[in-house]
Design a protein around this ligand. Structure first.
Ligand code: CP
Ligand code: NVA
Length: 314
């Protein structure tokens, strides 16, 4: 049973749940975790329920290892093996799980579902990817940028996102909204983030521009990033999407158009020859494996903060 909390716990359902200072603090704490200088066992005796209705390699393993390293216990809950798969509703599931565990990490389709979990669980809920956003991935991506360019350089970066206007594109938009760096979105018509959404982000602080041509979009960018053209749940639209995204591959020409010290990021899994060519993703500018490793460090910061009461550095 959880102690009564007047204001309820904090959640991480979207990067917009965080202030700029909190994002910077999580990145600093994440770097301490990476350096082995984080707090020792702040989650001793605590359990994180990890609920998946979609596949995962990085998210599952990084949260599981992260909980172990913080002294806590991760509990894998697949929709298929629980009553969720037989139709038990979110409200009952969230309320009951919240009586057992100290935090929930959820990967699913609808953003509304993670919001409903947060409304009923009574413990911190962390979004491990929905169709809408992937905030933990963005913290890892920003931590990678911070390691390469330095903490002070983040707000002054120019980032280009080439490809599908999906959960990753939207998460980059949210990151720009909070940190104020320049974001160039480059997606084919019909696959862009909504005009209203981009307009609102701009009004809220994002420095975002849209550009049709990937090479023109990459000009002067220090970060070049993309994502799969076929996200989980879109497999039946594969053929149409491959046609629509032709010309939006990150290739050597795109990297040459970017800044000399540009890095390439991809959340993975990647499909070489589609959204990115092999010579880029496996080339000298690619930081994809540091980025994947940083899922562990950034999420340990999130877990220690939300579930362990660890304060963020200022
Ligand atoms: N990037 C990412 O979330 O990877 P997984 O789907 O393997 O968790
Ligand atoms: N956009 C991808 C990201 C995978 C980590 C998806 O949602 O499948």
């Amino acid at each position: 049973m959880k102690a009564a909390e007047t204001d309820g716990p904090r959640h991480l359902l979207s990067l917009l749940d965080l202030s700029a200072a909190e994002i910077r603090g999580l990145l600093a704490l994440g770097q301490s975790m990476a350096d082995g200088a984080g707090p020792a066992r702040p989650l001793a005796g605590r359990t994180l329920g990890m609920l998946f209705t979609k596949a995962s390699t990085r998210t599952r393993v990084s949260f599981e290892v992260g909980m172990y390293q913080l002294g806590g216990h991760p509990l894998m809950l697949s929709a298929r093996d629980t009553q969720i798969g037989r139709g038990e509703g979110v409200r009952d599931t969230a309320t009951v799980l919240g009586r057992y565990v100290d935090g929930l990490m959820i990967r699913t389709f609808e953003q509304a579902e993670v919001e409903e979990y947060a409304a009923h669980a009574g413990v911190p809920v962390i979004n491990g990817l929905t169709d809408r956003v992937h905030p933990c991935q963005l913290l890892a991506d920003l931590l990678t940028c911070r390691q390469v360019f330095g903490a002070e350089a983040l707000a002054g970066m120019r980032v280009v996102y080439v490809g599908d206007g999906n959960n990753m594109a939207r998460s980059w938009l949210h990151a720009s909204t909070r940190l104020g760096f320049e974001l160039v979105l480059c997606s084919p018509e019909g696959y862009r983030l909504g005009n209203l959404e981009v307009h609102r982000a701009r009004n809220a602080g994002a420095r975002v521009v849209e550009e049709d041509d990937p090479k023109a979009a990459a000009a002067g960018c220090r970060v070049v990033t993309t994502d799969t053209w076929i996200s989980m749940g879109q497999e039946d639209r594969k053929a149409a999407r491959q046609v629509a995204f032709a010309g939006y591959t990150v290739d050597d020409g795109v990297m040459q158009a970017a800044a000399d010290d540009a890095i390439f990021l991809h959340c993975l899994p990647a499909y070489r020859g589609y959204e990115v060519v092999e010579s880029v993703i496996d080339g000298p500018q690619s930081r994809i494996y540091d980025e994947a490793e940083n899922r562990l460090h950034a999420q340990k910061a999130v877990l220690a903060w939300l579930m362990g009461g660890v304060e963020l550095p200022t």
